[in-house]
Ligand binder design. Structure first.
Ligand SMILES: *Cc1c(COP(=O)(O)O)cnc(C)c1O
Length: 522
């Protein structure tokens, strides 16, 4: 089991990839290269090997002086490696990943756009990166000003009155937004019980409602993929706290009845929540605050190009109309004369829903988002949405006819196909997605939204070039051809990456998350 040298080039894999390249149409050597088979970190190194050199303890050091609570018996069973072994191990593992810096990543609803390196450089400025979260306001004026300006910019872009930067992700933003809605109704002595959510919604919407104690009423979208006013009218009563709407929705379709729907909900005292994860389609063109939304979360890690994937950190600011502002979580940045200050105490904001998380939000994300907004300016922000919509429609036009479009309605920032035209040959959405990996592309979002059976949800974003889109379209077409000529080859995909198709059901049902000595990981 132990591999003393630690690695071997995976010749077998390379040969297999080469063979697949020769057989499959359109696989023009997109991912040819040296892939390393990489053992677990526990299988590297040897006993007593060490990656650090520490000075010996001072002569007068006495372990007995250490606080008892901090002393623990020797830790056993940890890997013992040299620095070089650690660096190689993780660098090789990183080469197994597909990231936005590696290739096209059209993961629908996730807005996998490029994260500019200039924003990264700014987030690493020592004055930002090394600032202690508890530094007194007089030593943190620049950071506070950045938060203040970002908060104002986000309010302006979406048409709201105030914004909290605290939530750490879109889902936490939703949770926060629903907390504000609950506080609003409770303050009126009118706690309500239900939240209306269309069937195209992201799974986090019902989850956020349930976490706030609300029952979820699912609304059916129409054959055009839109939510219709009659559906809302029929479900709306004075027990409904809010409706949660994603606009454009996860089919990439604009909810064109939004103003009428908002009026129906408002007439019965309900509020309108906007899931703003798809703001990329609207930036600088239309403002949810002008459409009747009362509260909306942003996903800075999607719309404003702060890194995501791999679990974060994200940032999910929540923008609100004035009626909800008193309930916003703390801290909030206020400007007093020329100075900035954090409001952290509930005595200054008695109606606040409280604090959501430690410290003040994921500050590095604020720097990146603010850098992007300033770099682009109003025209660039608008161009973002226009190009994102153009790119999605370009892919739609190119693939129409090759893949089935379940909804004929115009697309905004993303387009949803399905596998209806491949199914007769026994090729499913899963197979198409896996075959795309062999072509060097990250698969789109699949089997979501749930209203589309076998959904393939493609969101190119504005940062991709025509050449990249053409290469992706060519791969999708090659796979459709292959599905007719040799469906078995598509079903066997992927053959080119380090790992072939994984047993995803077993991985989900019986996950093995912790290595133990002598364990068989096969
Ligand atoms: C991504 C997304 C969310 C959740 O955002 P996270 O930051 O992943 O928690 C919610 N709704 C929609 C439509 C999304 O695309």
């Amino acid at each position: 089991m132990a591999n003393p040298t630690g690695w071997k080039p995976s010749m077998e894999q390379d040969a297999k990839g080469g063979a697949a390249a020769a057989e499959a149409p359109g696989l023009g050597g997109a991912v040819r290269g040296l892939a390393y088979e990489e053992p677990l970190v526990f299988e590297h190194g040897s006993r007593g090997r060490c990656g650090v050199s520490l000075p010996p303890p001072p002569a007068d050091f006495d372990a007995g002086d250490l606080p008892a609570a901090l002393v623990r018996p020797a830790v056993d069973g940890l890997p013992e490696l040299s620095e070089l072994e650690v660096v190689r191990h993780f660098t090789r593992l990183s080469s197994w990943n597909h990231g936005i810096d590696t290739g096209f990543y059209p993961l629908g609803s996730c807005t996998m756009k490029y994260n500019p390196k200039s924003s990264e450089a700014l987030a690493r400025l020592p004055g930002f990166a090394d600032l202690h979260p508890l530094a007194p306001a007089e030593l943190a004026q620049g950071a506070l000003e950045l938060m203040y300006r970002l908060e104002r910019a986000l309010s302006e872009i979406a048409g709201f009155d105030a914004t909290t930067l605290a939530p750490a992700a879109g889902a936490q933003g939703e949770l926060t937004g629903l907390m504000l809605i609950r506080a609003y109704h409770e303050a009126r002595g009118n706690p309500r019980k239900k939240v209306l959510i269309p069937d195209t919604a992201h799974g986090t919407n019902p989850a956020s409602s349930a976490l706030n104690g609300y029952a979820v009423v699912q609304l059916a979208s129409g054959p055009d993929g839109r939510l219709h006013p009659e559906t809302v009218r029929a479900a709306m009563d004075e027990d409904v706290a809010a409706i949660m709407i994603t606009n454009p929705n996860t089919l990439g379709v604009f909810e064109s009845h939004i103003a009428e729907i908002a009026a129906i909900v408002h007439a019965k005292g309900g509020l309108v929540y906007g899931d703003g994860a798809n703001m990329n389609a609207l930036l600088g063109v239309a403002r949810p605050g002008d459409m009747g939304f009362d509260v909306m979360q942003y996903n800075l890690h999607k719309t404003f190009a702060t890194p995501h994937g791999g679990g974060g950190p994200g940032s999910g600011p929540v923008a609100v109309k004035a009626a909800l502002a008193p309930y916003l979580p703390l801290p909030l940045v206020v400007k007093e004369g020329e100075r900035f200050r954090l409001v952290t105490e509930a005595r200054e904001r008695p109606a606040t829903v409280g604090k959501l998380r430690e410290f003040w939000g994921n500050f590095g994300m604020f720097v990146r988002a603010w850098a992007l907004i300033r770099e682009y300016g109003p025209d660039g922000v608008r161009a973002t949405a226009e190009l994102a919509v153009l790119n999605a429609n370009y892919v739609r036009k190119q693939l129409e006819g090759t893949y089935h479009l379940p909804y004929p309605t115009d697309s905004l920032h993303e387009v949803v196909f399905d596998d209806a035209q491949q199914k007769d040959a026994g090729v499913t959405t899963m197979d198409v997605a896996k075959r795309l990996i062999d072509h060097g592309f990250h698969p789109p979002t699949i089997y979501f939204p749930l209203v589309v059976h076998g959904a393939l949800m493609i969101e190119p974003t504005e940062t991709e070039s025509r050449e990249t889109l053409d290469a992706f379209v060519a791969a999708m077409k090659a796979i459709a051809e292959e599905a007719k000529a040799d469906p078995e080859a598509v079903r066997a995909a992927p053959t080119r990456p380090v790992r072939a198709r994984l047993d995803e059901t077993r991985a989900a049902r019986k996950p093995v998350l912790r290595w133990q000595p002598g364990m068989n990981v096969e």
